[in-house]
Design a protein. Structure first.
Length: 285
């Protein structure tokens, strides 16, 4: 059974109360806003989310976002490393708008299991699944860290693209990932004092708080970053807390190697406009 967020349930309850408890036959403005009087179309469905789309959807003639997440060169690189995704059972952490899920399914994945805590992102993923006819992909609404903590199922591949730098305890996530799969794909921003010194405008959101964090004998340096109020914007797609932790790329690679993974990196971009970033593919024999 799907685990629905309390915000969605409360929204549904509010609409229901307003519709059924009016006590009159007057037309309800809220109810009217929930109906569409035009011929069905993909654009009409996409427009439910207004201008909040980040992705450019692969549907001819449909206006959405601008980022090519449905033809992402980072995922193409991953698929080249894998030799395709045929038959793979994939766990995707934070699928956002389903772009990478779609690429993995179309590359032959047997199953793509996406978990996202963002209610808007989850609904967009369901919309994409419907519009593109995805069959091997399923999305769930919830905290993927809570899922990972108790998960006993193993996956052929875990994808964490654009999520680790939004977390408050990424070491916890990484260790669970190494426990549940022998193939990991990560794209993340990382803290790099050389590439992003204090004089760099990208450093402005770093709080200056730094500490060493240890779990089960493994230890990483945590650099804290503030969201500065952006969490309240409709287009915000970061973490659930008011701040997040950035790790150091070298420490992450060393951790994975200690866990028996062979590591390859790509798309190392110290000058990325939002902070130094890189792709990591780790595989354990």
């Amino acid at each position: 059974m799907r685990r629905f967020n309390s915000e969605l349930l409360e929204f549904a309850a509010t609409v229901g109360r307003r519709i059924w408890n009016r006590g009159s036959r007057r037309r309800d403005p809220l109810l009217n806003e929930r109906y569409v009087s035009k011929v069905p179309s993909a654009q009409q469905t996409v427009d439910l989310f207004g201008g909040s789309w980040a992705s450019r959807l692969p549907i001819e003639g449909v206006r959405s976002g601008t980022v090519a997440l449905f033809e992402d060169e980072r995922i193409q690189w991953l698929l080249e490393r894998l030799g395709g995704a045929a038959g793979l059972d994939v766990l995707e952490l934070g699928p956002l708008e389903g772009g990478h899920s779609t690429m993995l399914e179309r590359a032959g994945a047997r199953r793509v299991h996406g978990i996202d805590a963002n209610t808007l992102a989850y609904l967009k993923c369901l919309t994409v699944k419907e519009l593109l006819g995805l069959k091997a992909t399923e999305f769930e609404l919830g905290d993927f860290d809570a899922y990972l903590d108790t998960c006993q199922q193993r996956y052929d591949l875990i994808v964490a693209c654009g999520v680790l730098y939004h977390l408050v305890d990424p070491l916890r996530t990484l260790l669970n990932m190494t426990r549940l799969s022998h193939r990991l794909f990560i794209w993340s921003h990382f803290f790099d004092p050389v590439a992003m010194p204090k004089s760099d405008p990208r450093h402005a959101w770093m709080t200056g708080e730094v500490r060493r964090h240890k779990i089960d004998g493994e230890e990483l340096t945590y650099h804290y970053r503030s969201y500065g109020g952006t969490k309240h914007g409709l287009a915000f797609c970061g973490g659930m807390m008011s701040k997040a932790v950035w790790m150091e790329q070298g420490e992450v690679v060393q951790l994975l190697e200690r866990k028996g993974f062979k590591v390859a990196t790509a798309f190392v971009t110290p000058d990325h406009p939002h902070g130094p970033a890189a792709c990591i593919f780790a595989e354990r024999a």
